[in-house]
Design a protein around this ligand. Structure first.
Ligand code: 5GP
Ligand code: MG
Ligand code: MG
Length: 178
């Protein structure tokens, strides 16, 4: 672990165990339904890859890229679509797969955007959630871990595009971004 990382917050096995629990819940809730998993690039790639492989439910996958953070550590509140979905959402059961919800601004915008496309349902699964997220009115059905306010990296999450490949979630030493 480089000196830029402070400590491991959630280990690889803790992540995998939790995703197995979430997958079992999702399997129960969507029994007999066809699911469309929507991953939000790039952060959600690891969650999508591991969560989807633990599902038994019949699922397809699509991706969207939006920007809200740039390379800094603070939400701008401005959301832009960088890559839209290929799939038509009409009548589909949509599950948004997220890495982390911080302010919730990105997600609440995304849920509204997807709901306007005529899906049968829209729910959200996220690996991580920060305390600020409680302030926005977005119902997040599946949450892996509630974490403190610190800036974290790893398991899809970056700082200036680094650290996404780590199999665990770690806090970044403040001297890196202060
Ligand atoms: P929100 O709009 O909920 O404030 O932010 C959502 C997005 O901001 C996440 O998908 C992620 O890209 C980024 N983000 C929020 N908190 C963190 C964090 O602690 N670490 C990293 N690497 N990205 C974060
Ligand atoms: Mg994300
Ligand atoms: Mg980022």
């Amino acid at each position: 672990m480089g000196t830029d990382l402070e400590k491991v917050l959630i280990s690889e096995s803790e992540i995998q165990d939790k995703l197995a629990e979430l997958a079992a819940e999702i399997d129960r809730d969507y029994a007999g339904k066809e699911l469309l998993l929507i991953g939000v690039l790039k952060g959600a790639v690891m969650v999508m890859a591991d969560l989807s492989r633990k599902l038994h439910t019949d699922a397809s996958m699509d991706w969207m890229a939006v920007s809200s953070y740039g390379s800094g550590t603070k939400s701008s509140g401005v959301v832009r679509i960088l890559k839209d979905l290929d799939a038509d959402l009409t009548g589909k059961h949509v599950l948004i797969v997220e890495d982390i919800i911080d302010s919730g601004l990105t997600l609440s915008w995304l849920v509204d955007n997807l709901r306007s496309r005529g899906p049968a349902s829209v729910n959200v699964a996220t690996l991580l959630r920060k305390p600020e997220a409680a302030k926005v009115q977005v119902d997040v059905r599946y949450v892996g871990f509630d974490i403190p306010k610190a800036f974290v990296v790893g398991y899809g999450l970056d700082y200036a595009e680094r650290y996404r490949h780590l199999p665990f979630v770690a806090t970044l030493a403040p001297h890196v971004y202060a």
